[in-house]
Design a protein around this ligand. Structure first.
Ligand code: C2O
Ligand code: CU
Length: 571
């Protein structure tokens, strides 16, 4: 088919171009990933919607005082329905793109940054050429034309950059936006819409005294992912929403680089969930709280009926452990059992971390400013999902493995860092099959070295690593702090959404797991799944429609950039 032919031709051209380049220039290319010629518009493709999307530089108001310099998506409709693009006011986030299932879409994506980039439509299943694979990065000034048909069901998706080793920084500096797909099944439900449907993009950021974004490149920022010291909602600090006393549809998107939220209402009201990454659930389900990891989305029915004017409610991130990405314990001079110390010391984050993950902090406030007695009813049936079972899969006895490998020096999948054209036999997937996949996270066996003295000099680090004892409880005799590297990873698979069919956790990790497990949603269709330390998650995923390279990776963006990313070759 077209995308495959294009891929072959382009790969050929790309490799040729690389070979004729002087060595010093080649060295500047992404490691081993050829840069292909940008795709051009096809004369035979007749779009229903056509728009221009630009990644550029801008300055926006975020905090009081000076504007903040950001990277930002902007868009302009060329043809198609008026509601296709909705700006997020005063915000660095890209406009909300609203598409209908079945629409043919052409997007002229132009790079006005000072560095290469490419855009991925996280959640949409599109041909490999249109998927924003790092090999399609375009240089400043270049345009890549995307053409695809929307085959996804109604869902909230994400568009964001995907250049290898630069995704995290570009997202952090502002390149991310929401992409909503609507379909007929959803329209029939007459869910709250317009002002009653609120996008809620959660991100954490860190600013200097001049209101400019700080992005760290310290080793711990890479290993743990980068954490801000304040949470922005839709690009704003201290977010508040004025509502009427009726039902709303809150559409959450975790656009943070690394931060995992445990969403819960301040007054203990359970969360009524109507959808996840891949769209609506079959029927609403309530949860005391919901875990939302980077890349995940959540559709919440929030009914403020009966709440008097003037009343307030806060959405918080609640305490949890085990997914604390960096559990440290300061033990200067005696970092013995550093790993264990780390496990205990969840709150003892590095001094610089003012908003520890796993602590309790507010995200945004809801204020009832208008009373009304008319409110839509929550439908008891939402959608029909075609469930696959083990009898549908091609490999019931031999799941495709996705092993999370953590070590003090690298985060990997299946023990291998990202490399272009490094497809392993188990990563070759026959087209038009349904596959069983198994993500396993041994949860720190051979990890959690007592790494005494990270950031406190070489001596501490070396001593910590050399400290004997079982690796899991390494002796951080060098002092400094005990660190435990076992953490949760949100694993994202490109292509079609999948079903989670089972989750199980090792006994050793059960305690930490208990603090999150009632907020892990396994129903519905997902494209990103939070995998806890010690956990094994089984998925069923169809590989339909398109051949080519489809990535799977950790959506902790620093991990992704570090190489915790691989390709499936669907062939
Ligand atoms: Cu949202 Cu491959 O990423
Ligand atoms: Cu990760």
């Amino acid at each position: 088919d077209r995308s495959r032919r294009h891929f072959m031709v382009q790969t050929g051209i790309g490799l040729l171009a690389m070979a004729s380049m002087p060595a010093w220039l080649r060295a500047m290319e992404m490691p081993g990933i050829p840069k292909l010629t940008p795709n051009r518009a096809s004369p035979t493709f007749k779009p229903d919607v056509e728009f221009e999307l630009v990644a550029g530089l801008d300055s926006v108001p975020i905090l009081p005082g000076p504007l903040t310099r950001v990277q930002r998506y902007t868009a302009k409709l060329i043809s198609g329905p008026k509601g296709t693009l909705t700006e997020m006011p005063n915000c660095y986030l890209g406009p909300i793109i609203r598409l209908q299932k079945g629409q043919k879409v052409r997007i002229h994506f132009r790079n006005e940054l000072m560095e290469p980039t490419i855009t991925h439509w996280h959640g949409l299943h599109v041909p490999a050429l249109m998927d924003g694979h790092p090999m399609y990065i375009i240089d400043p000034g270049e345009t890549f034309v995307y053409e695809f048909e929307v085959i996804n069901r109604s869902s909230l998706n994400i568009y964001h950059p995907h250049p290898h080793e630069m995704t995290a920084r570009q997202v952090y500096y502002g390149l991310v936006g929401g992409l909503i797909v609507n379909d007929e099944e959803e329209a029939k439900l007459e869910l709250p819409s317009g002002e009653y449907e609120i996008p809620i993009v959660l991100q954490d950021r860190r600013f200097n005294a001049q209101n400019q974004l700080i992005y760290g490149a310290h080793m711990h920022d890479r290993m743990m992912g980068f954490y801000g010291d304040r949470v922005l909602v839709n690009g704003r600090p201290n977010a508040e929403f004025d509502v009427a006393s009726r039902a709303y549809r809150l559409r959450f998107l975790n656009g943070s680089n690394a931060r995992i939220y445990k969403l819960g209402w301040s007054d203990g009201t359970p969360l009524t969930v109507i959808g996840v990454d891949g769209g609506l659930l079959e029927s609403p389900e309530t949860f005391p709280y919901v875990m939302l990891a980077p890349g995940e989305r959540l559709d919440v029915w929030a009914d403020f009926s009966g709440r008097p004017k003037g009343s307030e409610l806060t959405m918080r991130s609640l305490p949890f452990s085990g997914v604390v990405p960096m559990m440290t314990e300061h033990r200067m001079g005696r970092g013995r059992r550093g790993g264990m110390g780390g496990r205990m010391g969840g709150m003892g984050m590095m001094g610089a971390m003012d908003l520890p993950v796993g602590s309790d902090y507010p995200l945004f406030k809801i204020r009832v400013t208008r009373e009304t007695s008319e409110s839509p009813m929550l439908p008891s049936r939402l959608s029909k999902i075609d469930h696959y079972t083990l009898s549908d899969v091609a490999n019931p006895d031999k799941p495709v493995p996705i092993e999370i490998s953590e070590s003090p020096m690298a985060m990997l999948l299946n023990g291998r860092p990202y490399a272009f054209n490094d497809i392993q036999p188990f990563e070759r997937i026959p087209i038009d099959t349904v596959q069983l996949l198994e993500i396993f996270h041994t949860g720190g066996h051979g990890m959690g070295h007592g790494m005494g003295g990270i950031g406190h000099g070489m001596r501490g680090r070396m001593m910590g690593m050399m400290g004997g004892g079982p690796r899991q409880e390494g002796q951080g005799m060098g002092g400094g702090m005990g660190m435990m590297f076992s953490m949760a990873h949100p694993i994202h698979l490109h292509g079609e959404p999948f079903q989670v069919i089972s989750r199980s956790v090792s006994a050793a990790r059960a305690d930490a797991y208990a603090t999150v497990k009632d907020g892990l949603i396994s129903s519905g269709l997902k494209d990103t799944v939070l995998v806890m330390p010690g956990e094994t998650v089984r998925l069923i995923k169809p590989f339909y429609h398109f051949k080519g390279l489809f990535m799977y990776h950790c959506h902790n963006l620093e991990h992704e950039d570090m190489g915790m990313m691989r390709d499936f070759l669907v062939e």
